[in-house]
Design a protein around this ligand. Structure first.
Ligand code: PCA
Length: 214
């Protein structure tokens, strides 16, 4: 059995739910052949989110970690390619902190690439009949903070660990009065299961178009 840790976030920015945690719960509630799941909810708080993730990795000792967050406005499931060493919050986090232009790890590398076959993961979601794309930026808020923290942990302490970050759209009930794209939580959960299977099955990526002109 391959141990896989999935994390989602608590609600933030005035929302009542966060589809990342709802989808992680749904994705891990049913068995996936060959996989032993653990699921942990992270606070939407700089510092504490990363500490909770590191503690969960220590406790669960997974081979693969997929951190998941809400990216309201995106129309599909996006697999992040790169984490950058920067906190620059547009809004306060759930503890009221709003860091501006602060390195996550002072003196650390400017960026890390995901330790995931990102294009194979995108292809797996599409094969499940759901919209997906590579994303070239996870932003500069708590999701990128956790993503960078995960990649720094892999680079400095856990070379055998693989993992990365997945951003998911709003759930339909969050946007009933707004012209924003959404995806049902059950569909997002299926997408996360497809990504899990791809990430466990392969370490090398496929050659496919996934870039962006801007
Ligand atoms: N999304 C935010 C933080 C928590 C979440 O679910 C982000 O994209 O940074």
């Amino acid at each position: 059995m391959t141990r896989v840790l999935l994390t989602g976030f608590e609600p933030f920015d005035g929302e009542r739910t966060n589809p990342s945690w709802e989808a992680v719960r749904a994705a891990t509630a049913r068995p996936l052949p060959g996989v032993s799941f653990a699921a942990v909810e992270l606070p939407c708080v700089f510092g504490a989110a990363r500490e909770t993730l590191v503690a969960a990795v220590e406790a669960e000792d997974p081979l693969v970690v997929l951190c998941v967050g809400q990216a309201g406005g995106r129309p599909g499931i996006t697999v992040e390619r790169v984490a950058i060493n920067l906190d620059d919050a547009r809004i306060p986090d759930n503890a009221g902190a709003q860091p501006i232009d602060r390195p996550i790890v002072p003196g650390g590398p400017a960026a890390y690439f995901a330790a995931l076959p990102v294009k194979a993961c995108v292809a797996a979601v599409r094969a499940a009949g759901l919209p997906a794309a590579v994303s070239q930026t996870a932003g500069t808020f708590v999701c990128n903070h956790v993503f960078y923290g995960l990649m720094h942990l892999i680079a400095t302490e856990r070379p055998a660990l693989r993992g990365g970050f997945v951003h998911v759209p709003y759930a339909p009930d969050q946007v009933t009065d707004r012209p924003e794209p959404s995806l049902p939580v059950a569909a997002v959960a299926e997408g996360l299961r497809a990504i899990t299977a791809a990430a466990v099955a392969r370490t090398s990526d496929i050659r496919a178009v996934g870039g962006a002109t801007h």
